[in-house]
Design a protein around this ligand. Sequence first.
Ligand code: ZN
Length: 215
Amino acid sequence: MLLRGEREQVVHYCRKLHASGLTPGTSGNISIFNPLEGMIAISPSSMDYDLLVPEDVVVLDLAANTVEGRRRPSTEYDMHLACYRERDDIGAVVHTHSPQATTLAVLGWDLPAVHYMIGYGGTAEIRCAPYHLFGTPELAAAALNYLGKGYACLLRNHGVLASGPDIGHAWALAEQLEFCAGLYLRARSLGEPCILDDSQMAEVIGQFTAYVAQK
Ligand SMILES: [Zn+2]
């Protein structure tokens, strides 16, 4: 089986996606890139994640051809592939409709640095990309643009794109953004939250970059 390790990891994290409540139903999708093979393992479209086995995970090349797999790839394969084509520092992508972060996306708000964990995304804030229809190249282009030099963005009226050098990073970032979005929403409902400034966030990002380099 091609990309067995990556497919097993996709299954593992898709089950976590369901169990964690980070995304409702079969929404959300996960991919992992294998740079040696030039292929990705991506979750299938519209499948109960509790029933997922590695054979259901689809292997695509970077031109979106199915190399191996019995299912259709996630409808958001363009968004995943755009990340790997354009960014050699991205090795995994986690897309969710997590409730708190998607609330910000519904408002069309960026997520500012209400907590230092925002820096795990590599930028001082998480920007909200404009709305485009799901599964389109336009959405993929907007998401890539709004990542900037970082690893995450919100998608207006849709959800969250989190990525990273590996699946552990991308997953942790998706979880941390949901935590930070919840903090921001609660703080905004009670008053005016304190936001970390650019120099404070530059320090944080420096620490995280050093930490990732040590791994
Ligand atoms: Zn989606």
